[in-house]
Ligand binder design. Structure first.
Ligand SMILES: Nc1ncnc2c1ncn2[C@@H]1O[C@H](COP(=O)(O)OP(=O)(O)OP(=O)(O)O)[C@@H](O)[C@H]1O
Ligand SMILES: [Mg+2]
Length: 463
């Protein structure tokens, strides 16, 4: 029995479309994780808000407004992917990040570009379903509780009328007592018999480049018995039974048709695809070699970015209003090396700047997930309190900058390798250390890294 929840669904749909954030709020959120790169942050924040604005317009007008796709250009390791990752977490818009280099031209072996829309819908379905789970959670839990109560203390059968009253009273009391114990977790360990459906791994895992993966899924839908496993009586602990039954109950309470419909709608109106490594598919036809395929991929991308319909198991998806954010280092190829039609489809260009020592100091310490914080937390699990002095942090930043200059500039990623080297010994011996506190100062950093930094060849290998 499926229960339709149209109203709550619609409400949720609105509430979760990630549009509550104003551009300033979005930038403020991104600021918590990414240092600098304001132009890029602003561009994505505005793009996000524009989706919301568009949805408020009358349909005729809304249909006309196409998203202004963004191209983020900047050297490696300066935050392009990081911005998109964080953006994905901020918005409940269906969001897919994928490397453009994963695709190959139609007819070649590899993934076709349309598969990204199929992936995006799948993500959207998951997101909408999760939201629904939250909505029905309480009801599902109540139902599960009743079911377990029924198993523990089966409902009374019809009794002779003169005993009925009394017996009913007693039954109720016992049941309430059990319920209380159940809620307190007292019964968690007790075994009960429930019917469970075995989860079988699908015998068909189909990875393919076109419609074939859809076929696999249809088979699954047509023969649920085959793929979904048999139901079987099993004795399990009450705590486990609760999980099993809860999942069952959720399946029943969630109207998947509605979820699918909403998910499709959400992809069409607020889907975002982050196309990483766009520079890797740039290059125009030279007549032979891999460039042929690269240009082919670009050509395949055109209709999807411009707006086409893609067939998915959830129905046809129009891609007109899906927002594309492209990113690439473009250190060899330039945006102008993309085929002109594709260039034109990324009207907004933002550049990300390369990072210097000052930025590194901030990256090491400021973001909520800053590297220094991570290492301190990791060591804390060993009962070891690690403290970094300011000059140690400056030294690390300086070394990272130096190595970037002398070998290859890999941006903030250099901090990871440098930090790993700084922490190497402490990391190794932390569990056995007698000391419970360690202060890392400039001297210590130098000692750990001096020899490597001095020797350029060595730094190439180690840092
Ligand atoms: N501006 C920044 N602020 C904070 N952390 C950053 C910044 N730039 C990069 N980082 C950190 O450096 C690492 C690499 O960054 P990211 O993945 O964003 O690089 P990218 O610009 O996508 O590079 P590529 O062109 O190689 O894909 C991440 O761990 C990220 O946390
Ligand atoms: Mg990247």
């Amino acid at each position: 029995m499926a229960i339709a929840l149209p109203e709550s669904l619609e409400k949720i749909g609105k509430k979760f479309d990630g549009a509550e954030l104003t551009p300033q709020e979005t930038v403020a959120e991104l600021d918590k994780y990414i240092i600098r790169q304001n132009a890029a942050k602003k561009a994505v924040a505005v793009a996000l808000r524009n989706r919301y604005r568009r949805q408020k317009l009358p349909q005729e007008l809304a249909d006309e407004i196409v998203p202004k796709n963004i191209l983020m250009i900047g050297p490696t390791g300066v935050g392009k992917t990081e911005i998109s990752r964080r953006l994905a977490k901020l918005t409940s818009s269906p969001f897919l990040k994928i490397e453009a280099s994963k695709f190959t031209e139609v007819g070649y072996v590899g993934r076709d570009v349309e598969s990204m829309i199929r992936d995006l819908v799948r993500i959207s379905v998951d997101v909408v379903k999760q939201e629904q789970v939250v909505v029905i959670r309480e009801k599902a839990e109540r139902n599960v509780e009743e079911k377990i109560m029924d198993i523990l203390l089966p409902p009374l059968r019809r009794q002779s009328p003169d005993h009925a009253q009394e017996e009913m009273e007693r039954f109720k009391q016992t049941r309430e007592k059990l319920r209380k114990q159940f809620k307190q977790g007292v019964l968690d360990e007790r075994l009960i018999e429930i019917e469970t459906r075995e989860k079988m791994a699908s015998p068909f895992e189909i990875f393919s480049n076109s419609g074939v993966e859809e076929i696999g899924i249809h088979i699954q839908e047509m023969i649920p018995g085959l793929m979904g496993g048999k139901s079987k009586k099993r004795k399990v602990k009450i705590s486990e039974a609760r999980e099993f039954l809860l999942e069952d109950e959720q399946q029943k309470l969630i109207d998947m048709d509605q979820v699918n419909r909403l998910a499709v709608e959400r992809v069409e109106h607020s889907g975002i695809i982050f196309l990483d490594e766009v520079d890797k598919i740039s290059g125009r036809e030279t007549g032979h070699g891999p460039e042929v395929s690269r240009e082919g991929v670009q050509r395949d991308l055109l209709p999807i970015i411009e707006g086409t319909t893609v067939n998915t198991r959830y129905g046809l998806i129009r891609t007109d209003h899906v927002l594309f954010i492209g990113a690439g280092a473009f250190n060899v190829a330039k945006p102008s090396d993309l085929i002109p039609e594709l260039q034109g489809r990324f009207p907004i260009r933002v550049e990300l700047t390369s990072l210097d020592k000052g930025d590194f100091i901030r990256i090491l310490t400021e973001p909520e997930n800053a590297l220094i914080k991570q290492y301190v937390a990791l060591m804390m699990t060993e009962g070891l309190r690690v403290e970094f002095s300011q000059d140690a942090i400056e030294e690390i930043a300086e070394i990272a900058e130096k190595v970037n200059e002398s070998t290859e500039n890999i941006g903030a990623r250099r901090l990871h390798t440098v930090m790993e080297k700084v922490m190497e010994e402490i990391s190794f011996s932390a569990p056995d250390m007698k000391k419970k506190k360690i202060k890392i100062d400039k001297k210590y950093v130098k000692k750990q890294l001096e020899d490597i930094v001095k020797d350029e060849d060595l730094s190439r290998f180690i840092l």
